[in-house]
Design a protein around this ligand. Structure first.
Ligand code: ADE
Length: 230
């Protein structure tokens, strides 16, 4: 069983319609839809935007379905100027850019209790995602840090600060929360994001224009990943 989480319906609905022998299970405010997806046992959920929605969903998925790995897929803003709309970013690790106890002497991004800045993503799953992504035509693929926070980033100076602090190649709102839940429960995880906007002053225009195209790219990567394993 593999677990797939998107924040919004548009990020998983192309996969949802391919699910065969569907069963639904509701836990709290999350609906988990399981069945066979491209030959694999899979469970899918739309967690809603933001870190807490994502962490709750990932934890419920892990407890109820015991997935071999959990993948967070969807769209993101670009983390630096070398990353463009339509590119794909696969996480080596994910950080929570809005965790900040630096006035107390901690590094920015440190998550107390787990005592981590960088939440690891599974390298073998990342390699497979990268191979799958490289089969898409006209899509550039990047591997690196994905930065997560409870903010839609639409200012170049804010994006640059996140890049300077963490070297982020993409900014979004859920990846590190899924990685956090997976880390706590010892489940391998991955984050794959397709770029919908540059996380700058154009993002309020670019995001609605490109979200569907970007969302379909990350779902195509998941399709190719699962077909490979079948
Ligand atoms: N998801 C897509 N674009 C984003 C942005 N600019 N900031 C945060 N999350 C995003």
């Amino acid at each position: 069983m593999v677990g797939l989480i998107g924040a919004m319906a548009v990020e998983v609905e192309g996969l949802m319609v391919q699910l065969e022998g569907r069963t639904e299970k509701r836990i709290g405010m999350d609906t988990f839809v399981s069945g066979r997806l491209f030959g694999q046992e899979a469970v899918l959920a739309v967690c809603g935007p933001g870190k807490i929605n994502a962490a709750l969903c990932a934890q419920s998925m892990i407890f109820a379905f015991h997935p071999d790995w959990v993948l967070n897929l969807g769209v993101a803003g670009a983390g630096d100027e070398q990353v463009s709309i339509g590119d794909m970013v696969i996480a080596t690790c994910a950080v929570q850019h809005d965790c900040d106890t630096s006035p107390l002497g901690d590094p920015v991004g440190l998550v107390s209790k787990v005592n981590l800045v960088e939440f690891p993503c599974d390298a073998a799953l990342g390699d497979r995602l990268e191979r799958a992504a490289r089969t898409l035509e006209n899509v550039r693929v990047h591997r690196g840090v994905i930065a997560t926070g409870d903010q839609f980033i639409n200012r170049g100076d804010v994006r640059r600060r996140i890049h300077d602090l963490f070297g982020a190649k993409a900014v979004e709102m859920e990846g590190a929360a899924v990685a956090h839940a997976c880390y706590v429960h010892g489940v391998p995880c991955g984050v794959v994001r397709s770029i919908s906007d540059q996380a700058n002053g154009q993002s309020d225009m670019d995001y609605p224009t490109f979200v569907r195209l970007a969302a379909s790219h990350s779902q195509q990567v998941v399709q190719r990943l699962l077909e490979d394993r079948a």
